[in-house]
Ligand binder design. Structure first.
Ligand code: ATP
Length: 355
């Protein structure tokens, strides 16, 4: 039976990674709890893959300490770390059958062939590919090949499963399907998993926690909900879900909330806070309401683009505060390009960021 108990924490203590002149990671501190799936998310070049490779032992830290399951592995080579990695390219051996691919790591570890194959069968069953063992990888779809790669990783019963953009070679529909499977397997086995992606929706869909990286350091860390509802900066607000960022000035903190000046309007935001001074109002597209007449806390705009998408209507609105993107339900009153309207700020839900 595949073992449920082999799960490890991951800890980085002031880990720095330099490649010559390039600092790929500034002093980085991480704590990943056992049994959780944590995603490293961020734009290209921010240091996600380097972090993953440091956990795997495929890169060595320039400074700092790395602990897996409480043990210092900073100077331990990849072979001796109890981690398995799933790559975006699947990296299956083309001349070996599926079962041989899945059993490969076990036979390298000198497990008798019959036992390794029995374990590999279990792994294939786990990823929904029971009975596919005799095929060659070329006889499988991309999604199935990636599931084989996942099976190959989990039969090794790693303390930590590492996934490097595992879905990027799959088409959009398959991607959702495979990510759900990966998440279910991780939860069923109680595995600690570290997942790298630059796709924020994918990160939100699979993660217990997300670590957003920018310029070789952590920009913010939290649950998907924390990051969406309480972004700490304009970068996070924009990166996690769409956001309109409108310039405003925080003028006062009152019992009723934070008072801002937004264009000509004075608006009280009960749930948002920021220091006195210039800030940005975070307006999520689906929270925007559009009215034909002015309302308290609204500002004038003109509809510059309207698109009916079946399940929603998208509007782009031009205003003195900047462009506002709004998503309304399809039964909402249809506005047309050129209409003069008012954008109503959802004061109870809107957030504020300062940088
Ligand atoms: P992507 O999403 O594009 O894969 P990433 O966030 O995974 O990006 P990393 O691959 O970790 O980014 O790279 C971080 C920085 O380190 C980049 O500036 C990159 O050019 C640099 N870097 C990574 N590997 C090496 C290397 N072997 N030699 C020199 N520089 C490197």
């Amino acid at each position: 039976m595949l073992n449920k108990t082999q799960k490890g924490s991951v800890r980085f203590e002031d880990v720095v990674k330099r490649f010559g002149e390039v600092t790929a990671l500034k002093p980085l501190n991480l704590d990943i709890a056992p049994g959780t799936l944590v995603t490293l998310l961020g734009p290209s070049g921010c240091g996600k893959t380097t972090t993953l490779r440091l956990i795997a032992g495929l890169e060595s830290a320039t400074e700092g300490r790395i602990l897996i399951g409480g043990h210092d592995v900073t100077h331990l080579s990849a072979t001796y770390r109890k981690v398995s990695m799933v790559f975006q390219s699947y990296a299956l051996f083309p001349h070996m059958t599926v079962i041989e691919n899945v059993a490969y790591g076990l036979t390298v570890k000198r497990m008798p062939k019959a036992e390794a194959h029995a374990r590999a069968e279990e792994g294939l069953e786990m990823v929904g590919l029971a009975g596919f063992g005799k095929r060659l990888p070329s006889e499988l779809s991309g999604g199935q090949q990636q599931r084989v790669a996942v099976a190959r990783a989990i039969v090794l019963e790693p303390e930590v499963l590492l996934l490097d953009e595992p879905l990027s070679n799959l088409d959009a529909k398959l991607r959702r399907h495979v990510r759900e499977e990966i998440r279910q397997i991780q939860q069923r086995l109680g595995l600690t998993a570290v997942y790298v992606t630059h796709d924020q929706e994918e990160a939100m869909a699979v993660s217990d926690r997300i670590i957003v990286m920018k310029n070789a350091e952590i920009a913010q860390e939290g649950t998907p909900r924390d990051l969406y509802e309480r972004p700490a900066s304009a970068f996070i607000a924009d990166f996690i879900g769409d956001a309109n960022l409108l310039p405003c000035e925080v003028t006062e903190h009152s019992d009723g909330g934070t008072i801002i000046r937004l264009g000509e309007e004075i608006v009280t935001l009960p749930a948002a806070t920021a220091p006195i001074g210039m800030a940005s109002l975070v307006l999520r597209p689906h929270q925007v309401r559009i009215s034909r007449t002015p309302e308290p806390g609204s500002f004038a705009a003109e509809v510059s683009y309207a698109a009916y998408l079946g399940n929603q209507i998208q509007y782009t609105l031009a205003s003195e505060l900047g462009e506002v993107f709004a998503v309304l339900p399809p039964h909402a009153e249809p506005f047309r390009t050129g209409d003069s309207v008012f954008v109503v700020v959802p004061a109870a839900k809107a957030g504020l960021v300062t940088a």
